[in-house]
Design a protein around this ligand. Structure first.
Ligand code: G3P
Length: 225
């Protein structure tokens, strides 16, 4: 069964979505964490609140260090794990330094999500370095002329037992294609996740039913006045 994550660092938004659907966890990145800075002041406080909520709901939280050098990634990762607990998944972009950090942290037993994956070889290297999850960034790939469907399917074909988390979507069609290509997990922002519920087609369809009733019974409810 497909695993679904919410890409958010806004606890109010997270609570709202969890009240509507079952989620497998939350993913964040420095950009979306920075966006919610006004709510908490401290990013670590925000992450602590989110971590506790997600853990209480049986999910996992994926958090990305800000540092980009090997040493800085490790320092940020260890700080995050100390503050948020060992169940936190650390998201690391698959750069040269990132791969080395993935290797070190994986050997320490840390759950690692290899992030910003745009090619088969990045995914292959990340898994071989010990990452438990590889995250292909679909819309960013597409914006740069990369066919993310073939990246997903080739990685999944070579590593069928591993978690592949497709991320970075500007619409639900991209998410559908990512799933169809083999992604076993998706993470979407709330505005994309629920976008199909408020299309013009939905409004037209729902209104047409009401209009039929209005025509026949001159009211817009079945329930008697
Ligand atoms: O979790 C990764 C995701 O946040 C990247 O998405 O929309 O910034 O490309 P986006």
């Amino acid at each position: 069964m497909l695993r679904l994550f919410l890409d958010s660092a806004d606890i109010d938004e997270i609570r709202t979505v969890y009240s509507l659907i079952t989620l497998d966890g939350v993913t964040t990145n420095p950009s979306i964490l920075a966006e919610s800075r006004n709510k908490y002041g401290s990013p670590v406080l925000a992450l602590k609140v989110i971590s506790r909520f997600v853990s209480d709901h049986g999910g996992t939280l994926h958090v990305q260090p800000v540092g980009t050098s090997y040493q800085a990634i490790l320092e940020d990762a260890h700080f995050l794990l100390d503050e948020l607990g060992g169940n936190t998944w650390i998201k690391i972009p698959v750069t040269e330094d990132g791969l080395a950090a993935i290797s070190t942290l994986s050997r320490e037993g840390v759950h690692v999500t290899a992030a910003s994956v745009f090619t088969f070889s990045q995914g292959m290297l990340a898994y071989k370095a010990g990452a438990e999850c590889v995250s292909v960034y679909c819309n960013r790939a597409q914006d740069n002329g990369i066919d993310y469907t073939s990246v997903i399917s080739s990685i999944k074909n070579a590593f069928p037992e591993k978690m592949l988390l497709a991320a970075s979507f500007k619409n639900t069609a991209q998410a559908e294609i990512a799933s169809y290509s083999g992604a076993d997990s998706l993470t979407l922002k709330a505005k994309v996740l629920f976008s199909d519920l408020k299309t013009d087609l939905m409004k037209k369809t729902v209104d047409s039913f009401k209009m039929s009733w209005l025509d026949a019974y001159k009211k817009d409810r079945i329930k008697p006045e």
